[in-house]
Design a protein around this ligand. Structure first.
Ligand SMILES: *[C@@H]1O[C@H](CO)[C@@H](O)[C@H](O)[C@H]1NC(C)=O
Ligand SMILES: *[C@@H]1O[C@H](CO)[C@@H](O)[C@H](O)[C@H]1NC(C)=O
Ligand SMILES: *[C@@H]1O[C@H](CO)[C@@H](O)[C@H](O)[C@H]1NC(C)=O
Ligand SMILES: *[C@@H]1O[C@H](CO)[C@@H](O)[C@H](O)[C@H]1NC(C)=O
Length: 507
């Protein structure tokens, strides 16, 4: 299949290096346009693209199509130890639509849940072929539109930032030859152990196949870093959650540092995070099907990272739907106030719920802000939860606590709804659409476009100059779809295009 010379050079390389690139299928990153806006609300389109995380990829012997990893087990002959395995094995290109159910169109990304034997996926935004797009968001806002109307209980259509290296860790770990181009270098605040390769080495030591997940297992090492969850949601509940770590940048962990099991509060990262979930914070009729933020329809989600003298002090949330700006709900738990995340909100929330305050002890907002200033990578995923059935997001959790105790009820889903077996068999056709990703100074990326709501009623968007009421909608705006009551007139040079029955867009 290969020219002989290529085979020889691959074999020679394999002696010296690890975590190779497979050549069975070309890797072509699906294009996904995003925008950056300036303080006047004038937005520039970026030719960004997405890449599939390396963990989902075919992992095979560099010189053949023999699997290095099948289902949830390693090939013992090719992978006797971390270094030999990384030298013997390659991750290959991906058929995004066919194998994984991942498609893009213009500025919209669709992630399907079950495609053949594949369950869910995780992708990152790329600036160019070999680098992730870095987001530096102090005193900036991040805005996107989500259609999660085709998700149910137990699923999580997630959009979040993690402190990965822009090159996937290639320059730090020269044995990683695949880099960001193949989606390597993942880390998050759960210090996940399910990564097949960490720091350019295979995670084969003490690898234990999952008892419930045919595609996953856990190795000795985890991979930790600061994580800003902008959006973790299904139609029943949504949360935004900073998670801080006492380590800076992607950091491999082992032992107690990973914070596994009973050592949850002792690891380097804050696994619980300081979450704002409107339902959990006491307002159960705010976000959901037919509610104030109507999850039957696409929702534009605005997240603002307010800083003072270079230090992150507050994370604010606004929603825009049907052209109206909707302020986040206020917390109503005893002793908890406000509709945004600040250190004082987090302390009050932890006191009210009795949860350990590992957010504060790992550095709180200041640490999260330092990561946001340095630059973080955008991850988007759709997943089900083999550890806790997503009950921490959309049901009562923990199950042994009283459902009326502050912070236990997080959403209306039943205690059994998130069992992966059920979720995968009944919601195989589920999908989530993320679109219209924009960043810019506070107030630059959104505006009210219909009567009854106005950007001017928020505390934070006085500089928005983008569309005035009744004027034509700017490029990439929603302009129609089921339930849409705003204008259908797009700015000159664009037309209103049907993306799906729920979402028409000016393109
Ligand atoms: C935003 O960009 C537009 C178009 O380039 C320019 O006219 C305007 O002055 C810019 N605004 C700011 C605040 O830089
Ligand atoms: C994106 O690609 C288009 C079409 O190839 C090109 O006209 C535009 O200048 C590019 N934009 C940027 C920011 O590179
Ligand atoms: C939240 O509380 C603030 C301050 O008391 C108030 O101005 C605002 O209207 C409240 N928001 C909602 C959605 O009730
Ligand atoms: C619930 O179970 C956990 C783990 O076994 C235990 O640590 C916790 O104290 C229990 N909580 C209640 C309210 O019973």
């Amino acid at each position: 299949m290969f020219p002989t010379t290529a085979l020889i050079s691959l074999c020679l390389l394999a002696v010296a290096y690890g975590q190779q690139i497979g050549t069975q299928m070309a890797e072509n990153h699906p294009a996904l346009k995003t925008q950056t806006c300036n303080a006047s609300g004038v937005c520039t389109t970026l030719n960004t693209s997405i890449v599939l995380d390396s963990n989902w990829r075919w992992t095979h012997q560099t010189s053949s199509t023999t699997n290095c990893y099948t289902g949830n087990t390693w090939n013992a002959a090719l992978c006797p130890d971390p270094t030999t395995c990384a030298a013997n094995c390659a991750v290959d290109g991906a058929d995004y639509a066919g194998t994984y159910g991942i498609t893009t169109s213009g500025n919209a990304l669709t992630i399907r849940f079950v495609t053949g034997s594949n369950i869910g996926s995780r992708v990152y935004l790329m600036a160019d072929t070999d680098h992730y797009q870095m987001f530096s968001l102090l005193n900036q806002e991040f805005t996107f539109t989500v259609d999660m109307s085709h998700l149910g209980c137990g699923l999580n259509g997630a959009l979040y930032l993690t402190e990965m290296d822009a090159d996937g860790g290639m320059s730090k770990f020269p044995s990683n030859k695949a880099g960001a181009r193949y989606g390597t270098g993942y880390c998050d605040a759960q210090c996940p152990h399910d990564l097949k390769f960490i720091n350019g080495q295979a995670n084969v030591l003490n690898w234990t196949p999952s008892a419930t997940d045919a595609n996953s297992g856990a190795g000795m090492f985890g991979t930790c870093c600061n994580e800003m969850d902008i959006w973790e949601a299904n139609p029943n509940a949504a949360a935004f959650t900073p998670h801080s770590c006492s380590v800076v940048g992607q950091t491999r962990c082992s032992g107690v540092d990973c914070g596994d099991g009973d050592e949850r509060s002792e690891g380097v990262c804050d696994k619980d995070g300081c979450d704002f979930n409107s339902f959990r914070m006491g307002v159960k009729n705010f976000l959901g099907p037919g509610l104030t933020v109507d999850t039957n329809l696409p929702i534009t989600v605005v997240t603002q990272f307010i800083a003072s003298s270079g230090t992150l002090t507050e994370i604010r949330r606004l929603y825009v739907q049907n052209g109206k700006v909707i302020q986040n709900s206020n917390a109503t738990l005893p002793g908890v106030t406000g509709n945004s995340v600040s250190d004082s909100f987090c302390n009050a929330q932890k006191a009210a719920t009795g949860d350990p305050n590992t957010f504060e002890s790992r550095g709180g907002l200041k640490t999260m802000g330092a990561a946001l200033q340095k630059g973080m990578v955008l991850a988007m995923s759709l997943w089900d939860d083999h550890a806790a059935g997503m009950l921490w997001l959309d049901s009562n959790f923990p199950l042994n606590a009283s459902a009326t105790a502050p912070g236990v009820a997080r959403g209306p889903c039943s205690a059994t709804s998130g069992d992966p077996k059920t979720v995968e068999s009944t919601q195989g056709n589920a999908f989530v659409v993320f679109s219209n990703i924009k960043t810019g100074p506070i107030g630059s990326t959104f505006a009210a476009t219909s009567s009854g709501g106005s950007a001017g009623t928020t505390t934070s968007s006085s500089t928005a100059s983008a569309p005035t009421e009744g004027g034509p909608l700017p490029q990439f705006s929603q302009c129609g779809g089921q339930g849409w009551t705003g204008s259908g007139t797009c700015v000159a040079g664009t037309t209103c295009v049907v993306q799906n029955p729920f979402f028409f867009q000016c393109l």
